[in-house]
Design a protein around this ligand. Structure first.
Ligand code: NAD
Length: 329
């Protein structure tokens, strides 16, 4: 089978080569996204794959159909780039990669939790000024003494819960969906009870009507003084001005964020600190606020899985089969 891979990035190429060698399918990579201008490049191919943030508009599905291409395999989670009615009207089947590596996000959440409880940013900043004393950072807490509330115990939340449990922490879970298989390492409870008991609160929910702005002023008032907050899910879950107040008052002992509201305005680009949005400038000035550029997912396993899962789905769909990653109407 011949597959055209749109918007291929350097990170993906070694895994494309390996997959091609393992399966015998030919994959041609190009660095443009799939759109009206590039769709004809698919002529003579059996399947296409892409990862992109720009829309795939209705004429593209019509042209793919004329080229006898019956699917698009997306190498990412978010499939809002597709026009589903236009794709289905042209009999173009769609797939995405819904879970490329929950552990990648869980491991990075844990990394940043350790960085916060060990005061690493404080020590690093002090050492950069020549201060190598213990007092520069202060005493740490140990992970097995902590109670961690995981809000959203899905794929990522479950992976994190397992790791924390293995390290001896007490794990509370808040989720409208109860998964009995998590009982050995999660104590399910209500949001209010979790906020009352937790030393650490970690968000792993999607952004939806209930989670948008969930961590507002009233939420911060319910947490224990000295709580740590982790947001590796979506920026809009936390009201950033309420977060700033909670850090300033000490209601929060620290916070680590891999996401932020309006992060597309400043993440994935280079700028000086004073070009950042003002609230982000204020937040990153805190020793106990850690910000990372939406990199929790960014591991070799995740990139490999994105490539392999999408290409496998392309083959399955072209051969008339069914995959759990297919986007259904
Ligand atoms: P998932 O669908 O497997 O799990 C989400 C869980 O949240 C589900 O169990 C769901 O029932 C629960 N949930 C929904 N509404 C809730 C609410 N109001 N309160 C409590 N729980 C609620 O998703 P996942 O794969 O674990 O991903 C979770 C989130 O992580 C994604 O939505 C995404 O925003 C984020 N994410 C971040 C990165 C990164 O690199 N930082 C990468 C991938 C995903």
């Amino acid at each position: 089978m011949k597959i055209l891979m749109y918007n291929a990035v350097a990170d993906e190429l070694p895994y494309v080569k390996q997959w091609s060698e393992k399966t015998g399918h030919e994959v041609v990579t190009i660095d443009q996204p799939l759109n009206e201008e590039t769709v004809d490049r698919a002529s003579g191919f059996d399947a296409v794959s892409t990862q992109q943030t720009t829309s795939v508009n209705p004429p593209v599905y019509e042209r793919l159909s004329q080229l006898n291409i019956k699917q698009i395999a997306l190498r990412q989670v978010g499939y809002d780039v597709f026009d589903l009615p236009a794709a289905f009207a042209n009999h173009v089947r769609l797939s995405n990669v819904a879970a490329y590596s929950p552990r990648a996000i869980a491991e990075y959440t844990l990394t940043q939790l350790f960085n916060l409880i060990r005061h690493n940013k404080k020590f690093d900043r002090a050492m950069a000024q020549g201060d190598y004393t213990w007092a520069a950072g202060g005493q740490a807490r140990e992970i097995h003494d902590l109670t961690v509330a995981i809000i959203g115990v899905g794929r990522i939340g479950t992976a994190l819960a397992e790791m924390l449990h293995a390290l001896g922490a007490q794990v509370l879970g808040v989720d409208p969906v109860y998964r009995a298989q998590n009982e050995p390492f999660v104590t399910y409870t209500t949001l209010d009870e979790a906020l009352r008991r937790a030393d650490v609160i970690s968000f792993h929910t999607p952004l939806n009507d209930e989670t948008r702005g969930l961590a507002d002023r009233a939420f911060f008032e319910k947490v224990q003084p000295g709580t740590i907050m982790l947001n590796f899910a979506r920026g809009e879950i936390v009201d950033m001005s309420a977060l700033e107040l909670a850090l300033a008052s000490g209601q929060l002992a620290g916070a680590a964020f891999d996401v932020a509201p309006n992060e597309n305005d400043f993440m994935d680009q280079k700028q000086t600190v004073d070009e950042l949005p003002e609230n982000i400038q204020r937040l990153v000035a805190y020793d106990n606020f850690l910000l990372s550029p939406h990199i929790a997912f960014y591991t070799n396993t995740a990139i490999k899985n994105m490539v392999e899962m999408a290409l496998n789905d392309a083959v399955i769909i072209v051969n008339g089969g069914f995959t759990e990653n297919e986007i259904l109407r």
